[in-house]
Design a protein around this ligand. Structure first.
Ligand SMILES: NC(=O)c1ccc[n+]([C@@H]2O[C@H](COP(=O)([O-])OP(=O)(O)OC[C@H]3O[C@@H](n4cnc5c(N)ncnc54)[C@H](OP(=O)(O)O)[C@@H]3O)[C@@H](O)[C@H]2O)c1
Length: 330
């Protein structure tokens, strides 16, 4: 089968399209024919071994997992002898976090793993990008304990995490102020944001409103600068470590004082409960992943380059099967 393979860490160009053996399918595994996958920031981090310490998990000198790709949507092509809950021909989607393998024509995944039946009313393109950004958004929202009636500010509301966070917060009944640039104000209002701050015209840190949660979904702020936006027991969460890698320490220290605090969620493993939750939101129309560009698998290096500009809007798709012969802009 065809796959995007990297055998050393480095820039997008370390990835090559090559023929590799089909993945092994165990007694309790599904073989999924991948229709659509994504290139996301997790793939970028693991391909480049950035931050450096992730080599402890991914292989010190060379990557242990040579085929990346976490998110997928496709069709069950074969099942192991002891699989009971999926059948050949089922349409499925999922998030093969840590194990990867979706940047290929076929993926093997455990029946009990992070895979679920496709939302009834969704296409592969719509379902494939529904898990990575939403997973991080959801773990942040759950860590902050946000519920209906509370107020949240999402900085970086046009990223994969940010655009999912706006919708997931609205689904919980929170009021949402979203920060984005001028060209995406309408997009973000369309995601359900109650208010938008255009960061090219206004400094969101000068906002007069106070929030239960400030979620920095692009990792470009700091607790020190955002503190004044928080209610007395409000929570600051960032998708990144912070300019001085201070967020993990602040996450340990600030909750001890009982006031405004930093939380540093360690996202739990994605399970089928989470996929079912997201599927329900997608089926009801409450969550629709934002799609930016589409690339055929053969052009995955270009997809990586684009994702690493830090300017993608939502998600970048890789069309594996019946792939689009040219890249398309949203
Ligand atoms: N495993 C990992 O290492 C990992 C995994 C997932 C995420 N993350 C981290 O999580 C963060 C978000 O990931 P993501 O995939 O959601 O990001 P993303 O989709 O790449 O986010 C890019 C978006 O952020 C917006 N943006 C850029 N600079 C901004 C600024 N100064 N103010 C407001 N918006 C800005 C961009 O829009 P405009 O520039 O057009 O405004 C673009 O829409 C990243 O910082 C990433 O490092 C890390």
């Amino acid at each position: 089968m065809k796959a995007a393979v990297h055998t050393r860490y480095g820039p997008p160009e370390v990835v090559r399209i090559v023929d590799v053996p089909m993945p092994a399918v165990g007694e309790r595994d599904l073989l999924v024919k991948v229709q659509v996958t994504t290139v996301n920031r997790t793939d970028c981090g693991f391909r480049a071994a950035h931050p450096f310490f992730i080599r402890v998990f991914t292989g010190l000198l060379r990557p242990r997992r040579t085929i990346l790709g976490t998110e997928f949507a496709g069709t069950v092509e074969a099942v192991g002898g002891r699989v009971t809950s999926f059948a050949v021909g089922d349409r499925v989607f999922g998030f093969h976090e840590w194990r990867f393998g979706a940047h290929a024509e076929y993926l093997s995944i455990a029946e009990e793993g992070p895979v679920a039946p496709m939302p009834a009313n969704l296409t592969d393109e719509e379902a494939a990008p529904s898990t990575e950004g939403a997973h991080y958004a959801l773990s942040n929202i759950r860590k902050a304990g946000i519920h209906g009636g509370q107020a949240a500010l999402v900085y970086g509301a046009t990223g994969a995490i940010g655009s999912a966070a706006v919708q997931l917060l609205k689904a919980l009944g929170a009021s949402v102020t979203a920060v984005c640039d001028t060209s995406n104000v309408d997009l973000v209002l369309g995601l359900g944001a109650d208010r938008v701050v255009d960061y090219t015209n206004e400094d969101f840190m000068a906002d007069e409103q106070r929030y239960d949660l400030v979620l920095d979904a692009v990792g470009k702020s700091s607790f020190g600068r955002c503190k004044r936006l928080l209610k007395p027991r409000g929570t600051y969460i960032s998708s990144d470590l912070g300019p001085l890698s201070q967020n993990p320490i602040l996450g340990l220290v600030t909750p001890l004082f009982g006031g405004r605090s930093v939380k540093m969620p360690i996202p739990p493993r994605v399970g089928q409960e989470e996929l079912r939750y997201l599927r329900g939101l997608m089926e009801s129309g409450a969550f629709k992943p934002v799609i930016d560009r589409r690339y055929p698998l053969d052009e995955i290096v270009d997809a990586y380059r684009y994702v690493e500009t830090g300017r993608k809007i939502g998600n970048v798709l890789i069309m594996v099967a019946g792939s689009a012969s040219h890249r398309e802009r949203r």
